[in-house]
Design a protein around this ligand. Structure first.
Ligand SMILES: [Zn+2]
Length: 268
């Protein structure tokens, strides 16, 4: 997508204010409308700066955030739109009268680079099943938070064997910071492919993946190693293995059995 974060106008909202979103968000909205057959009215857009509604507490200041009208939708339409939105990487909360709102959908495009700090806190809350409001109570309306962002949701399917992963490199990486510090490109590629696969299969969250990628970028090898081991522990728990963070023979066998199903080629 060229200039994903260019700002574009979507006309006026229900109060007559200009609606601004970035191209990435616009594409996500279009995909959602197409898949669900529903196009809700926008109550508030993104990039509101200091002009955001006070009830929104800064979440609409940056990119990727919108409020959508629901009173003119049936529950079936609302649910259809919500499911389609999650499938392209939107986090969707249904805000209610009990919470003090005119009912509406408050949505955040996962992974938006222009997100405001308070929207980022809401993403964190969503990942923990919370409503992201001041009370930050458990919220049953946002069950089904996507573990992927728009880029992952719309990535074309990979050819078989597209990703090559060395089991030895994966095991070495789990051993310690020395692996990441070594700068071995082949070993790092294997570790990255393995990590990407854990994300694709929902073993780790986008947030876990982002934290790990940032550690690699910043040459924070101790941080990279501990995130990586945590990801392996998650994999081991998921598959009933001893969660010790070590890629031993049983863990290697499990990886070798599962990865080729998602187009990865595993080598010793
Ligand atoms: Zn909102």
């Amino acid at each position: 997508m060229t200039n994903a974060y260019d700002r574009v106008s979507l006309g006026k909202d229900s109060s007559g204010r200009a609606v601004t979103v970035n191209r990435r968000t616009k594409l996500m909205l279009e995909l959602t409308a197409k898949a669900s057959g529903v196009t809700p009215t926008i109550v508030q857009g993104s990039y509101r700066g200091a002009n955001g509604a006070s009830a929104s507490a800064g979440t609409h200041d940056g990119g990727g955030v919108l409020d959508l009208r629901t009173w003119n939708l049936t529950a079936a339409q609302r649910n259809r739109w919500t499911a389609a939105a999650r499938a392209v990487g939107f986090i969707v909360w249904y805000r209610t009268v009990l919470q003090g709102f005119t009912p509406h959908l408050h949505i955040i495009a996962k992974g938006d680079r222009d997100m405001s700090p308070s929207a980022e806190r809401q993403v964190y809350a969503a990942n923990n099943g919370r409503n992201g409001l001041k009370s930050n109570k458990v919220d049953t309306s946002n069950q089904g938070v996507p573990t992927f962002n728009y880029e992952a949701a719309t990535a074309p399917p990979l050819p078989v064997g597209a990703y090559r992963v060395s089991l030895a490199a994966v095991a070495y990486a789990a051993n310690g910071a020395a692996h990441f510090r070594s700068g071995q490109v082949v070993a790092l590629n294997s570790a990255q492919n393995f990590h990407a696969w854990l994300l694709r299969t929902g073993v780790i969250s986008q947030r876990n993946a982002d934290v790990w990628a940032r550690a690699i970028r910043q040459a924070n090898w101790v941080g990279a190693r501990s995130e990586y081991r945590a990801a392996i522990v998650r994999f081991q728990i998921r598959h009933g293995l001893t969660p010790d963070g070590v890629v031993g023979p049983r863990t290697q066998a499990k990886i070798a059995a599962l990865m080729p199903r998602s187009t990865y080629r595993v080598v010793a």
